[in-house]
Design a binder for this molecule. Structure first.
Ligand SMILES: Nc1ncnc2c1ncn2[C@@H]1O[C@H](COP(=O)(O)OP(=O)(O)OP(=O)(O)O)[C@@H](O)[C@H]1O
Ligand SMILES: [Mg+2]
Length: 410
């Protein structure tokens, strides 16, 4: 058995969900399952008894507020694992803690409480009630909790507004497009406002453009709510777009856990590489992922002749210029410096130009790569205070997109 991976343990109070050695043997009695799991090849032993090993020895941790994605091919055990978290699926063995509380031994009453208030779930087919209005569908989880009608309608409308369905509450599901229906399902989960949300391939049935919209919607909501979410998908592009952490599964086991960029940069095995080869890197990599320090920077107070000499020493044609507060003023070119020297200017203020392109750290490579190579300096990454975060050289973009392994950058 290879490929087992355990995440580093963090501060326990930051952890929302902890799974330890979770195993699910389908179709066997407890006694038979326990025996089969002791065999040298548990999967074969479970199968020999007529069962199926859906998840085996899975350990993972989800931090509070994190979007944790479970990814893998069909049959890899994603749903098996997800449904253990609210015990729609009873683990055969292993431990599961939610905010430190042991879920495996929770009573029926406690479990109902958890499912109503703490752990929401969104499925691939949102299973809306066809004869109820969109508002009543969105309010369903609140009704189950016994919330009075006026209040639950108010909250349902607020949730519908958040998913872009303001004013659609009176409609019926069949009057909405597929993408809009999925929004109702999302609103239903949001209306309850559970601290934990489980989502099992919620966007898989949507066509690619609508799916992209839904991913953006979810990311936007997540930026506001920071809700602990476990999201199942078989699409690494989707995982990369929305996930903070991605756990890759195969045959009921964990193959790799990490941030999307780490998985793309260092796939653990051929199975993961296969996913990675399908990733549209231009859509998932951001400026932040490729940024490196700017090599040549100058203070606006610098004399033009000194500045020109430094350009020459660095074999550069241009450099970044900062004001006394370290804010980026612009760039200077060698020719502008020569003009400033000839005009006897004391500093660089007269030579600074805006001949550069800036992007914010979270800009997607595909959206700014066309700017590359047009200017004096590489594409410039600045934060909201116009402080320089670094540059993205064209070679870094080309190498990331061609998947040439990057060696270390300072
Ligand atoms: N109730 C069950 N009884 C027997 N086997 C099951 C049961 N539920 C799931 N399995 C098997 O366990 C394996 C893992 O199933 P699971 O539904 O977790 O996969 P998945 O990764 O969610 O796949 P998909 O992407 O198709 O949804 C599959 O081979 C499936 O056939
Ligand atoms: Mg599934």
């Amino acid at each position: 058995m290879s490929g087992h991976y355990s995440q580093p343990t963090g501060e326990s109070e930051e952890l929302a969900i902890v799974g330890r050695h979770l195993t699910k043997a389908y179709g066997l009695s407890e006694r038979k399952a326990a025996k089969a799991l002791e065999a040298p090849d548990p999967a074969a032993a479970v199968a020999a008894e007529g069962g199926f090993l859906g998840a085996h020895d899975v350990s993972f941790q989800v931090r509070k507020g994190e979007m944790f994605v479970i990814m893998g091919l069909s049959g890899s055990g994603k749903s098996t694992l997800l449904r253990m978290i609210n015990r729609l699926n009873e683990p055969t063995s292993g431990e599961l803690l939610i905010d430190g509380e042991d879920i495996v031994t929770a009573s029926k009453t406690r479990l109902r409480e958890l499912r109503n208030n703490k752990i929401g779930m969104v499925f691939q087919h949102f299973s809306l009630f066809p004869h109820r209005t969109v508002r009543d569908n969105a309010a369903y989880g609140l009704k189950v909790r016994g919330m009075p009608k006026a209040e639950r309608h108010e909250r349902a409308e607020a949730a519908l507004a958040r998913v872009g369905l303001a004013g659609k509450g009176h409609k019926f599901p069949h009057e909405l497009s597929g993408g809009m229906r999925q929004r109702v399902g999302l609103a239903r989960a949001l209306a309850v406002d559970p601290p934990i949300l489980l989502m099992d391939e919620p966007f898989s049935a949507l066509d690619p453009l609508i799916r992209r919209d839904m991913q953006d919607l979810l990311s936007g909501l997540q930026a506001e709510d920071r809700r602990t979410t476990v999201f199942v998908t078989h699409d690494l592009n989707e995982a990369m777009r929305i996930g903070d952490q991605i756990m890759v599964m195969r045959d009921g086991k964990v193959i790799q856990v990490g941030a999307g960029v780490d998985i793309v940069a260092r796939p653990a095995d051929d199975y993961v590489s296969e996913f990675v080869s399908d990733v549209d890197r231009a859509r998932v990599l951001t400026a932040q992922d490729l940024v490196r320090p700017a090599l040549l920077t100058m203070s606006v107070k610098e004399p033009p002749d000194v500045a020109l000499r430094r350009l020459a020493d660095n074999e550069a044609n241009g450099a970044f210029v900062f004001d006394v507060d370290d804010r980026l003023l612009g760039v200077v070119s060698d020719t502008d410096l020569l003009v400033a020297i000839n005009a006897d200017q004391p500093d660089l203020s007269g030579a600074v130009s805006q001949d550069y392109d800036t992007v914010e750290p979270d800009a997607v490579v595909g959206d700014f790569m066309h700017l590359s190579g047009r200017r004096l300096v590489p594409i410039t990454v600045v934060d909201r205070e116009r402080r320089l975060a670094g540059v993205v050289p064209r070679a870094a973009i080309l190498s990331a997109l061609s998947h040439v392994k990057e060696t270390s950058h300072a």
